[in-house]
Design a protein around this ligand. Structure first.
Ligand code: NAD
Length: 295
């Protein structure tokens, strides 16, 4: 019971596989994949996420560029910066780290990104293509979860998957990916959210429970079935004086309480987070190869 789904170790394995492919590209005299990240403002969590992404690029041999903009950047200025990246032949893919300052409309920004360079998979073109089962960049967090289920051989066919949280970047796409045909998929999926009545009645029947709510310790042991697989997407910074940073990261699952009851469980940190990074790198490699939209 309580077998740890070690996303950190698995992410390292996947990154080693990607590094191998980058070496092959270098040997053939090809340009290495190049990921750019756009960071607006100085949100602490966003800084951390972006620096993890840049470091991961270095580890696998990708080139990376970080473009920083102040909080005061206008929407128009950001859109122009996106146009530059869209038109820069050196850049294979790029991401705009969310959240953005409130005066910038996130939809406008995401729609401005060329779908062929949208390695976060947030552009409606990629969402639509994913829904239609066409080649697409899949959003990194759900893709990372699917990859984790796949590599740990967790059965999904005919199983009941319960997802809590319906965001467009996690809950909604993971529901889609696990309900569609093939493996990992063929599951019966229930998508729960803040208006779900009697939430625990659903979660207690879940063979696989995926939690993306953003409330630390939200899922407790009484809410899960014996032997369930529990995947915790939540990351919340909680004040912690024993840490040098002054905070620690908490998941949406009461890990200590749930672990003895679960067959498999992801830790936070070290579970879904590193898998997200691996999937972003995978998408960037696809972009460099022109595997989704051609070259
Ligand atoms: P969000 O913050 O946009 O939305 C939260 C969702 O939870 C909503 O769909 C809402 O309906 C649901 N919800 C809120 N209260 C609820 C309740 N009481 N009962 C049932 N459902 C409820 O979601 P998000 O952007 O997917 O983020 C969720 C968490 O996942 C956050 O902690 C975020 O930091 C984390 N996250 C982690 C990664 C990663 O790489 N590990 C990536 C993205 C998000």
């Amino acid at each position: 019971r309580g077998f740890l789904l070690d996303g950190k170790a698995l992410s390292e394995t996947i990154q080693a596989e990607i590094a191998e492919q980058v070496n092959e590209m270098k040997k053939k005299g090809r340009k290495v994949p190049h990921l750019a990240a756009v960071l607006v403002g100085s949100d602490g969590a966003s800084e951390t996420y972006v620096s993890h992404k840049v470091k991961a690029c270095e580890r696998v041999g990708f080139a990376s560029t970080l473009r920083r903009f102040p909080d005061t950047t206008t929407e128009q200025e950001l859109l122009e910066a996106i146009d530059e990246l869209n038109n820069d032949p050196q850049i294979d893919g790029f991401i705009v780290q969310l959240p953005l300052p409130r005066h910038i409309r996130v939809d406008k920004v995401l729609e401005r990104i060329s779908p062929a360079k949208d390695v976060d998979g947030f552009h409606p073109m990629n969402t639509g293509r994913m829904v239609a089962n066409l080649p697409a960049y899949k959003p990194a967090t759900p893709d990372g979860i699917v990859e984790m289920i796949n590599r740990f051989n967790i059965p999904t066919r005919g199983r009941h998957v319960v997802v809590i949280g319906r965001s467009l970047i996690v809950g909604t796409p993971i529901s889609l990916l696990l309900s569609r045909e093939g493996y990992p998929g063929d599951a019966t999926v229930t998508l729960c959210h803040r208006y779900t009545e009697g939430l625990a009645n659903y979660t207690r029947t879940a063979d696989i429970l995926i939690v993306a709510v953003g409330i630390p310790g939200f899922v407790t042991a009484d809410m899960i079935k014996e032997g369930a697989t529990v995947i915790d997407v939540g990351i919340t910074r909680v004040a912690d004086e024993s840490k040098k940073s002054g905070f620690s990261l908490k998941g949406d699952v009461d890990f200590e309480g749930v672990k003895p009851k679960a067959a498999f469980i992801t830790p936070v940190p070290g579970g879904v987070g590193p898998m997200t990074i691996a999937s972003l790198l995978k998408n960037t490699l696809l972009a460099a190869k022109g595997a989704v939209y051609g070259k």
